[in-house]
Design a protein around this ligand. Structure first.
Ligand code: MN
Length: 251
């Protein structure tokens, strides 16, 4: 069988160390082609570029930088430039966690979400440390998971959102399949004056508090375990759907 093709993207940009480690580790599993944003795109969510042309720059063998978002990268690579369909899309390794409600802001998760929309097994992987200095454990987890997914596939219409504690591989306490937790914080917004006396605001709040409810991604990370949360393509809240239908709201 031909070597499986693995498409790699991220939101920290083509030069990010987490991307380099991910590509290198996945090269032990299959043929890796990287399409990643030219510059950092953290927190762009699932945005696509509709108002400017996309340029692709060759940044090495099988390495391409795109002046767009993670979603642009995956869409362009799969639908136009790769030439054959990848077996897996990996997005990451993000610098910093993507836990709880933060998945909706995440460019890392969005890159994988786009792969899933294109019908490909897709994984977002993040280092759960706010200051990541070592991506090697997350890289090992990625390669391990890639081998599993090539053999067994993934559930349909699902993105696997993986977060990895920053610990040596042998010190991980295990792996948990988790549900998405809920954050419990307000974004820290700083208001100051610019040199011309005009007010500006800066959204901070990069270190959320959370309640590590049982079975959540937060709890797994707090317990030094790898967290894998299956995120669903369909965002419908089915309990609310039934409740709203029962209200008979009419025009
Ligand atoms: Mn990022």
């Amino acid at each position: 069988m031909a070597s499986p093709l693995i498409l790699v993207t991220n939101d920290d940009g083509i030069a990010a160390p987490g991307l380099q480690t991910l590509a290198k580790c996945l090269e032990t599993v299959g043929e890796v082609v990287v399409y990643a944003p030219e510059s950092e795109q953290s927190a762009v969510g699932h945005g696509i570029s509709l108002h400017h042309p996309l340029r692709v720059r060759e940044a090495g063998t099988n390495r391409f930088a795109v002046d767009g978002t993670p979603t642009d990268c995956v869409m362009l690579a799969v639908r136009k430039l790769l030439g054959r369909r990848p077996q897996i899309v990996f997005s990451g390794i993000n610098s910093g966690p993507n836990l709880g409600d933060d998945v909706t802001y995440s460019g890392t998760v969005a890159g994988a979400f786009e792969g899933m929309l294109l019908g490909i097994t897709s994984v977002a992987i993040s280092s759960a440390a706010y200051e990541t200095t070592d991506y090697s454990t997350a890289g090992q987890v990625a390669a391990h998971l890639a081998r599993h997914l090539l053999e067994h596939g993934a559930p349909a219409d699902t993105v696997l959102n993986v977060n990895v504690p920053q610990l040596p591989y042998e010190e991980l306490a295990g792996l948990s399949i988790t549900r998405q937790g809920l954050r419990d914080y307000e974004d820290d917004i700083v208001t100051r004056q610019d040199p011309r006396g005009r007010e500006y605001h800066w959204i901070g709040g990069m270190r959320p508090r959370h309640i590590a409810h049982e079975g959540t991604d937060f709890e797994a990370i707090d317990s030094n375990r790898v967290s894998i949360t299956p995120l669903h393509r369909d965002l419908t809240n089915f309990r609310a759907l039934a409740e709203l239908q029962d209200r008979n709201i009419e025009l």
